[in-house]
Ligand binder design. Sequence first.
Ligand SMILES: Cc1cc2nc3c(=O)[nH]c(=O)nc-3n(C[C@H](O)[C@H](O)[C@H](O)COP(=O)(O)O)c2cc1C
Ligand SMILES: [Mn+2]
Length: 469
Amino acid sequence: MYADLREYLHLLEIKGKLHKIEVEVDKDWEIAAVCRNLFRKIPANDRPALMFQRVKGFAAPVVAGALGASRQVYALALGTEPEDILDKWVTAQDRLIEPTLLSTGPCQENRRMCDAVDLTALPVPIWTVEHDPGPFITSPYVCTKDPQTHVQNVGTYRVQVKGRNKAGLMAGRKQDGMVNIAKWEAMHQPAPIAIAIGSDPVIGAVSVSKIPYGVAEFSMAGGLRGAPVELVKCLTVPLEVPATAEIVIEGTISPGVRAKEGPFGEYTGYMGSWGNHTEIDVTCITHRNNYIYQAFISQMPPSESSLIRGIGREVPLFKHLKYDLGLPVKDLCYTESGGSGAILIISIAKQYPGQARQIASAAWGRINSLGKYTIVVDDDIDIHNSFAVQWALSFRVQPDRDIHIAGQMSALGLDPSVAPADVPQHDPSRLIGSRVFIDGTRKHDYPPLAVPPEEHMDFVKQNWGSYGF
Ligand SMILES: Cc1cc2nc3c(=O)[nH]c(=O)nc-3n(C[C@H](O)[C@H](O)[C@H](O)COP(=O)(O)O)c2cc1C
Ligand SMILES: [Mn+2]
C-alpha cells in the first residue's frame, strides 16, 4: 500500500524499475519518441517506468509507464507478484473498502482559481506528432457522479488541452462517466467534473478497469490497497478526489454542448478521427508542492495502455464468468495485439455441447463492444501462447460448423475497419459492427496425441546428458 505516487516511485527505484532520464527533453515531440522506443527496444518483462527529470520550459518532471511499463511494474503497483495479479484483483472485488473523507490534503497545497487557471502550465506531452492537434492528458482519473444516487465514478478518458481553461473530454457514450454526464444533461444542468492526476497507483488501475456501473472505483481501490482511499472535497464542485493526488483539475460540462475534439493517435495503432465531444470549463486547478506529472503511454500496441486496460477488463470478466455465473472458465485474455479489446480468448473445461457459445455470449453480455474475435478453447490450451491457440484453431475447428458471425452488434468505437477515416468519431455508423465467435473446443472424441509415452519422455529427460547435449 502506497500513500501516494512519490512513495511508489521510490519503491520502483529501489527495485530497479524506475529509469531516470537526466538529459533535458522536449515534451512536444521527444517524450513520445522515447516512450515508443521503450516498447520497441526493451523486452516486455524488463521495461522500467520512465521519469523525465528535466522537461524543457517546465519545472515539473514527467513520469510515464509507472503503472504498466511491464507486468512486473503493474504487480509492484498492486503490491504483489506478476503471477498473483489475478488473485489480488478477484479478492479485492469481494472486499470493497469505502473511502474516508479528510478535511484537507496535500493535493490542495497550491490553488489556482479564476484568471490564474492555466492548463498550458502543465507539462502535457504531444503523443502523435504531426497528427494530434496538441497535448492530451492520457492518465486522468476523471471523477463524475450520478446526480440521483451520488455514487462517484472514476474513469480514464483522454483530455485535450484546448486553452488555459478549456479542455475536450472524449468519453465513449457507453462509459460510466458519460452515462453520469448524460444524466446531468437530461436535467439541463452542468455536470461537475474533477480530474485527478498522479496518486497511489491502484487508483490508476481501477480507473481503467471495467467494473460494473454503480460500484465506486474508490471503494474497489480500497479493496486493492487493503485500506481506505483518503479523499478531500473539491473546492469548486461537489466531488471528492484523492487527498494525495499530484494535480486536480476541477470544472463543469455545459449540457448539450459539443465541440471538435481530436484527432488522436489511438490504442489501435492508428489515428482516430476527430469528433464532436463534451468540453470542460475549468474552474480551478490545485496541485502539490513540487508536483509530478504522470502520463500513460498509449498509441501503437503493445503499450502501457494495452497492458493496464487488458488486466482491467480480464479480471472483472473472469470474476463474472467463473464466480458470479459459476461457468467452468479456466483462463481468459484480451490479447495486446488486439489493443486489449478486439480479440478475446477463453479456455474452459467444457461440460456439455454448446457450452462454448454460451460462455462467449455471457462474455459479450458482461462487457459491451469488446471481443470482435471471441475464441473459446479447451483448458489444455495455454491461451497466452499464440502457437497453441493456432494449433487448436487448426485441428479442432470446422469453419462451417464452428465459426459464427454475429452482425449488428456494438462495435469498438475506434476500430478503423468500421468506417473510413473521414467519418467523425461521433457518427452513429461507428457504433455498429460485427463479431465472430469461434468454437475451438473438441466437439467429439479425439485420437490420441502423437507424442511418445510419458515414461519414455521422463526417462530421456532424466538422462539428457547421455545423448550428448
Ligand atoms: C491510457 C488510456 C486512455 C483511455 N482513453 C479513453 C478515452 O479517451 N475515452 C474512453 O471512453 N475510454 C478511454 N479509456 C478506456 C477507459 O478508461 C476504460 O474503458 C474504463 O473502464 C472506463 O471507466 P468506466 O468503466 O468507469 O467508464 C482509456 C484507457 C487507457 C488505459
Ligand atoms: Mn465505472
